[in-house]
Design a protein around this ligand. Structure first.
Ligand code: NAP
Length: 251
């Protein structure tokens, strides 16, 4: 392979979509891609491409990285709720003159039988629990659990990939350490066994973690759904093959 003819690409990762794109690009003859991870999880699923781990140091750091590495295109495949890195990528790419696309999963949409309560952020999610059942299944990751200290009387069943640091001040909480994908059977068994009365979720989209929503529908449970943060006006792609096609066009 003649390196000089290859397009140098940065994938901002940390999602199943980023890993799927990395697998596809690892065998692409004309795309020389590398992945960046934030380093949040202790045992990340490493993509099959050169991978750097850790923050860039804000917009300036990322813009400098793009210039130093001669990056010609960026795919922001971070989680829809990772709004800081996406904002940084939009600004840094504009500064460095590097084309950028978002690779996102479509948001989940409520269907017949769903009892969703839409809220704009985690503080509003905590307030929405007032008047709902006692046992709350928190499936929001670990970074924003402290928001529920505003509603300390509930019993919380918290599922996260890594332990919570620091531990939230919630007198009745139990922690399940697990990583998706999850099955409908598994979610029904867990939610039934723990007598879950309400689910709290981010509107992450995708198939890996939507079984909890199907289970909530079957059990007739309300779901407090935190809607996605506003985007940065960056054009979106929803499919790995579309991302590959766009990168081939950049070349
Ligand atoms: N938020 C979620 O719900 C969620 C769920 C699943 C997975 N994830 C993944 O976990 C990671 C962190 O998410 P977050 O919500 O904490 O991010 P965030 O709040 O948007 O970003 C905070 C800072 O973390 C660093 N960072 C984030 N993603 C990075 C990446 N892929 N490569 C290098 N640095 C990165 C950046 O530091 P500097 O400013 O120093 O560059 C960024 O300013 C992301 O890769 C995301 O895809 C997030």
């Amino acid at each position: 392979m003649v390196k000089a003819l290859m397009v140098k690409v940065l994938i901002l990762g940390g999602t199943t979509e980023a890993t799927a794109l990395a697998k596809r690009l690892a065998v692409h003859p004309r795309i020389d891609a590398r992945v960046s991870l934030a380093g949040r999880t202790k045992n990340p699923v490493l993509p099959p491409l050169p991978t750097r781990i850790g923050g860039f140091g804000g917009v300036e750091g990322l813009a400098g990285y793009l210039r130093d590495e001669g990056i010609q295109a960026v795919i922001d495949a971070t989680h829809p709720f990772a709004d800081q890195i996406s904002a940084n990528a939009a600004t840094a790419c504009a500064q460095a003159g590097v084309p950028l696309r978002l690779l996102t999963r479509p948001a989940w949409v409520a269907g017949p039988g769903d009892r969703w309560i839409g809220v704009p952020d985690m503080a509003a999610a905590a307030q929405a629990l007032r008047g709902l059942g006692d046992t709350v299944f928190l499936t929001i990751g670990r970074q924003e659990v402290a928001a529920f200290e505003a509603m300390p009387d509930k019993r919380y069943l918290i599922r996260a990939v890594d332990p919570l640091e620091p531990m939230p001040k919630l007198p009745r909480m139990s922690l399940i350490l697990d990583r998706g994908p999850f099955t409908l059977e598994g979610e029904l068994a867990l939610m039934g066994g723990e007598r879950v009365e309400v689910v709290v979720s981010k509107n992450s989209g995708g198939r890996a973690t939507d079984a909890k929503l199907q289970a909530a529908r079957k059990l007739g449970l309300p779901v407090v759904m935190v809607e996605r943060p506003a985007g940065n006006g960056v054009a979106e792609l929803h499919d790995v093959e579309d991302a590959v096609g766009w990168l081939e066009g950049v070349g």
